[in-house]
Design a protein around this ligand. Structure first.
Ligand code: BGP
Length: 458
């Protein structure tokens, strides 16, 4: 029997834009996803947009009961900035205040630890139209929004989160065209990354001022970069991949400063963002209290096969090629590698290089396309998901035995949810959502997860 520490929590993560849905009179403003879906629905899988989702806005009471039925002792969701402040920096929407207070009270009334994230890829459209995260004004608007949240909900939230996977909107919005503004603009991308970090540090500062006994962190996808071989060129590729993908937010968030090698590389490409000298002090003095770590699959890289075209726009990937390791274990239903050992390596890295900071595994899960084919006698028999979770928990447990400071495991996600351009393609839930009538049914993994939580292990 694998047993976790007594204070370890079990639960799941979701986000506001992926679960709440939208009603005509709810007062929510557009975020970039609402706008983009209206402009280009063909980009979204099966043309299902963010207004549908799993209707948590209407059904949160019954959904919160599902948390108990699936053994949750912790739950993470996010506030939608565009619901609370429809234009991003103006009036507060009283219906949103009422909604979030009721949801948070409902979580607490069920005895569940509440983690609330302030930003999950969802910028209010009115701010995007003014330049979005490229502009410093968005940093200030975010700081105001964060302060309002701490004041209005600080009595209910156990752990705050400033951003979810902040590198993703940088890569997807300014390099790979998968998030709005879907452009290729490295200079803007680096500026956005810097402004996001500054906004995060300002939120940490505000949280510590307004609610001194609370904890605030950031959620990062800390995928280790594994080199193809120990050849110095492959090792260098992995080091630089990790600089851009992980350390760009990990180091300023936990250590209060950017790695010198990253600063030098950015400068060499003439991409140094606009900043003010006092910003660096804000970043230095306002480190997070804990980390959330999302882990799905490893990043494997090799030295680039070709020299970069000096005239092409800069991409961090000029320093590394993605590498498919022969014989890797796959989740064939999502096309992602499964490498459980990644959890252990992340834990070791945090222990050795980041002062063994407290952390939670805030996303880990198995996406499955066409999951209805696994239904038997009315229930999804997702043994593959149970195996996936067990495999990762074995590695997490091994790391904790060796001193890792991990306080909980949150699966992605509790009810199948909408996922950006992938929409409902990949199902991750412990609970199945039937999109035709919005009915919910607990999957086999949901019942297993309850036992896992009750036994504090398996
Ligand atoms: C993470 C995001 C989540 C979620 C998940 C699954 O990176 O934080 O919001 O969407 O990925 O992604 P997908 O549905 O594309 O498999």
């Amino acid at each position: 029997m694998i047993r976790f520490p007594d204070d370890f929590v079990w639960g799941s993560s979701t986000s506001g834009p992926q679960s709440e849905g939208r009603l005509p009179d709810d007062g929510k403003g557009d975020n970039t996803w609402d706008y983009w879906f209206r402009q280009a629905p063909e980009k979204f899988h099966n043309q299902v947009g963010p207004e549908v989702t799993s209707t948590f806005y209407e059904h949160y009471e019954t959904d919160l009961d599902y948390l108990l039925e699936t053994g949750h002792t912790a739950f993470r969701t996010s506030i939608q900035w565009s619901r609370l402040i429809p234009d991003g920096d103006g009036e507060v929407n009283p219906k949103a205040v009422d909604f979030y207070r009721k949801v948070f009270e409902g979580v607490k009334a069920r005895g569940i630890e509440l983690l609330v994230n302030l930003y999950h890829f969802d910028l209010p459209m009115a701010l995007e139209l003014k330049g979005g995260w490229v502009e410093r004004s968005t940093v200030l608007a975010y700081e105001r929004y964060a302060r309002l949240c701490f004041e209005m909900f600080g009595d209910l939230v156990d752990r705050w989160i400033t951003f979810n996977e902040p590198i993703v909107p940088v890569e997807c919005g300014y390099f790979y065209q998968l998030h709005y503004p879907a452009t290729v603009d490295p200079k803007a991308g680096i500026q956005v990354a810097y402004h996001t970090q500054l906004a995060s540090s300002l939120a940490v500062k505000a949280c510590h001022e307004l609610i001194p006994d609370s904890k605030i962190g950031i959620v990062l996808n800390l995928t280790p970069a594994y080199p193809r071989s120990q050849h110095p060129a492959d090792v260098k590729a992995a080091r630089i991949a990790e600089l851009f993908q992980a350390k760009s937010f990990l180091d300023p968030s936990v250590k209060g400063a950017y790695p010198q090698e990253l600063i030098d590389l950015i400068r060499m490409h003439d991409l140094t963002p606009a900043y003010q000298a006092e910003d660096l002090e804000v970043i230095r003095e306002n480190c997070v209290d804990y980390l959330g770590v999302n882990y799905y699959q490893p990043l494997r890289v090799a030295a680039p096969r070709y020299a970069a075209n000096p005239e092409a726009p800069f991409f961090p990937s000029v320093y590394f090629d993605h590498y498919e390791m022969p014989g890797r274990k796959m989740n064939p239903h999502r096309g992602w590698e499964i490498y459980e050992r990644g959890v252990y390596d992340i834990a070791q890295n945090l222990k050795k290089n980041y002062g063994n900071i407290e952390w939670l595994l805030t996303e880990n899960g198995m996406g499955v396309e066409g999951e209805e084919k696994f239904r038997k006698n009315g229930q999804i028999q997702d043994d593959y998901r149970i195996e996936f979770i067990k495999g990762h928990l074995l590695e997490l447990h091994r790391a904790i035995q060796e001193g890792a400071n991990c306080k909980g495991y949150l699966v992605w996600t509790f009810i199948d949810c909408w996922s950006w351009l992938n929409s409902y393609k990949n199902r991750y839930g412990l609970v199945e959502l039937d999109l035709t009538d919005q009915s919910r049914r607990i999957k086999k993994s949901g019942l297993w997860f309850k036992q896992l939580s009750q036994n504090n292990g398996f």
